[in-house]
Design a protein around this ligand. Structure first.
Ligand SMILES: Nc1ncnc2c1ncn2[C@@H]1O[C@H](COP(=O)(O)OP(=O)(O)O)[C@@H](O)[C@H]1O
Ligand SMILES: [Mg+2]
Length: 256
């Protein structure tokens, strides 16, 4: 088997808001073609970490290499080229309420490609279909869709530019257990079909179980664990208790 390359390498990362330390000298790496989880309780710094990876927040110190480039020490043009290879599904979907679903999905192509409108629409329809949405949603508006459907629209939008890395912030939060499971299955399917590497922020241990290859657990500004769920179960039994508060989490452990 070929050894997997690191697609993301974070070294000695420190992030702060004013004087408040959110990440205190953390290091980890994400391998090509894996689904990598960032797990932690509310306020543990998951979204902050994600915003450093997608160039929305500059770290205080440390380095973040993506595609082997130290992103915070590169020129604007290199940084924007890196960003174009990254798709992002934000925690709250971030759909434009005044645009219909098809226009929401196509907006990045509208802004950054030279494609004519009818091609953008065709690409948009293709991706709406790929994420499992019925064709009729394309003319609807975000407020008319359920939470799970909105997440899928956000996912379609993140995929239209054919990213190499897909970043997902709490993709299953606010969804009922069945929709969450279906969403996790969809992520697995898309990963294989589109050859994606995926970084998934979650506080949902079931998503970790169902969808990720490896994960880190953020706690008190540090990484409390890095590895697979099996390794976690063997080595970190004490930490499990803290993580089993969610309903889906309880189910995970009852199954065994
Ligand atoms: N823009 C900001 N300014 C100041 N503090 C922030 C900001 N964003 C988040 N925080 C604080 O940083 C901590 C980590 O937040 P966040 O990364 O959103 O955590 P999580 O995504 O794990 O819930 C929280 O205590 C939060 O209140
Ligand atoms: Mg968050």
């Amino acid at each position: 088997m070929q050894t997997q390359q690191n697609i993301i390498e974070v070294s000695n990362l420190v992030t702060k808001y004013k004087d408040r330390v959110i990440q205190d000298n953390i290091s980890f790496s994400v391998k090509t073609s894996e689904i990598f989880g960032i797990l932690g309780g509310s306020g543990s710094g998951k979204s902050t970490l994600l915003s450093v990876l997608i160039q929305l927040k500059k770290p205080t110190s440390g380095s973040v290499k993506i595609f082997n480039k130290d992103i915070w020490n590169e020129s604007e043009s290199v940084r924007s080229a890196i960003l174009k290879r990254c798709g992002v599904l934000f925690q709250f979907g971030a759909l434009y309420s005044s645009l219909n679903i098809l226009d929401n999905v196509g907006i990045m192509l509208e802004e950054y490609s030279a494609y004519p409108k009818h091609i953008i629409n065709e690409i948009g329809e293709y991706f709406l279909n790929l994420v499992g949405l019925p064709n009729y949603v394309k003319e609807m508006y975000p407020f008319e869709l359920s939470g799970g459907m909105k997440k899928r629209v956000g996912l379609a939008r993140a995929l239209v530019s054919s990213p190499d890395i897909l970043f997902l912030d709490e993709p299953t939060s606010g969804l009922d257990p069945r929709s969450s499971e279906n969403f996790d299955k969809l992520i697995l399917k898309l990963k294989d079909e589109l050859k994606l590497s995926i970084v998934m922020v979650t506080h949902d241990l079931d998503s970790i179980k169902d969808a990720t290859d490896r994960f880190i657990l953020l706690e008190s500004s540090k990484i409390a664990f890095e590895g697979s769920l099996d390794e976690f179960k063997l080595s970190q039994t004490a930490k499990l208790d803290n993580l089993l508060k969610s309903k889906r989490g309880e189910r995970l452990w009852r199954e065994e």
